[in-house]
Design a protein around this ligand. Structure first.
Ligand code: A2P
Length: 272
C-alpha cells in the first residue's frame, strides 16, 4: 500500500500526490481498472466527460469499500464546451454520470476546442471560469483548475476573475519539462499535474532511462514517474494491468541532483 502524501492547493485542500489516470480507458474496462487502483492504495482518480468512462469510474468508487471523503475525484469540462450556462449544464451531466454529489477538482479541459487548437477563446474561458467559481462557492467542487493552459491563458483568468486556478494539468514527462510554465505556476501557487508521465509509454524504451533505472533498482516507468515528483509535479500514470498499477505507485526512492540534470537534458522523444 502506498504511503499517503499530498500536495496542497492554495485554498488548503489536499490532493494525494499520485493520481490514477483514466484517459484512453474505455468505459467497459474502467470499472476493473479503477477497482484495481483502489485495491492497491490509490485514492486519487482522474477522469473527464470526454473520456466517456465517468459512469464506470463512479460505479467502481461507489462499489468499493471506501468512504467518499477518502477519495479525491477529478473530472473535466470538455474542451469544446465553453460559456457560463453551458458549463453549469455539463457539470451536472458529469455529476450524474459519476453518481456523485460533489467533485474534488473540476478542470477546463483545454483553452480551445481540440479541433481548433490555438484559437483565442479568452472571452469564452472567462465566462466558463465564472461558472466554475459559482460551483466552487456553492461547495459543489472543492477546487477548480485548468488543463493544457499556457501562462497567458491562465493570466487572462487571473486578470478578469476572482479565484486563481488551483491546478493546471499538462503533458509532462522526461524530455518535456515545460520549465517556463512550471515557474509561472509555482509563482501563482498553482499545482501542476503531469499527465502522460510515461509519454503514453513512448519513453520507456529510451536507453538512457533504462540505464538509469537499473542504477536505482527500479523500472523505467518508476523512474519516469518519480521524475515528475522530483520536479514538484503530480503524476497521473495510467495502466489497465494490475502489476503495472502497483509498480507505478511504488516510488519510495530519490533521484540525485546530478541524475536529475541528466534527465532534464534528455530530448523530447516526440520531437525526434
Ligand atoms: P497499459 O495500460 O496497457 O498498462 P501514460 O501514463 O504516460 O499515459 O502512459 C500510459 C501507457 O503506458 C499505457 O499504454 C500503459 O499501458 C503503459 N504503461 C503504464 N504503466 C506501465 C509500466 N509500469 N510499464 C510499462 N508500460 C506501462
Amino acid at each position: 500500500m502506498m504511503k499517503e502524501k499530498t500536495f496542497v492547493f492554495h485554498n488548503g485542500v489536499e490532493i494525494p500526490h499520485i493520481g490514477f489516470g483514466t484517459w484512453q480507458i474505455p468505459n467497459e474496462e474502467a470499472y476493473d481498472a479503477v477497482t484495481m487502483a483502489l485495491k492497491n492504495g490509490y485514492t486519487h482518480i482522474d477522469t473527464a466527460l470526454a473520456y466517456h468512462n465517468e459512469e464506470n469510474v463512479g460505479k467502481a468508487i461507489k462499489d468499493f469499500d471506501i468512504s467518499r471523503e477518502n477519495i479525491f475525484l477529478t473530472s473535466k469540462l470538455p474542451a469544446q464546451i465553453k460559456g457560463y450556462d453551458e458549463t453549469l449544464k455539463a457539470f451536472e451531466e458529469t455529476l450524474t454520470n459519476l453518481g456523485m454529489d460533489y467533485l474534488d477538482l473540476y478542470l477546463i479541459h483545454a483553452p480551445w476546442p481540440w479541433d481548433e487548437k490555438g484559437k483565442d477563446c479568452t472571452a469564452e474561458n472567462i465566462q466558463t471560469w465564472k461558472a466554475m467559481e459559482k460551483l466552487y462557492h456553492e461547495g459543489k467542487i472543492r477546487a477548480i483548475g485548468v488543463s493544457n493552459f499556457s501562462e497567458s491563458d491562465i493570466q487572462a483568468l487571473i486578470d478578469a476573475c476572482e479565484v486563481v486556478p488551483m491546478a493546471n494539468q499538462i503533458p509532462f514527462y522526461i524530455g518535456r519539462d515545460q520549465e517556463n510554465l512550471l515557474n509561472y505556476c509555482k509563482k501563482h501557487k498553482i499545482v501542476v499535474e503531469a499527465y502522460s508521465p510515461l509519454a503514453t509509454g513512448e519513453i520507456l524504451n529510451s536507453s538512457a532511462i533504462k540505464e538509469m533505472a537499473q542504477k536505482y533498482h527500479v523500472t523505467p516507468a518508476q523512474l519516469c514517474i518519480r521524475y515528475c515528483l522530483e520536479r514538484e509535479t503530480l503524476p497521473l500514470p495510467k495502466s489497465t494491468h494490475e502489476e503495472r498499477i502497483i509498480e507505478n505507485s511504488q516510488l519510495d526512492f530519490h533521484i540525485s541532483d546530478e541524475d536529475m540534470e541528466k534527465l532534464n537534458a534528455i530530448e523530447d522523444v516526440r520531437n525526434k
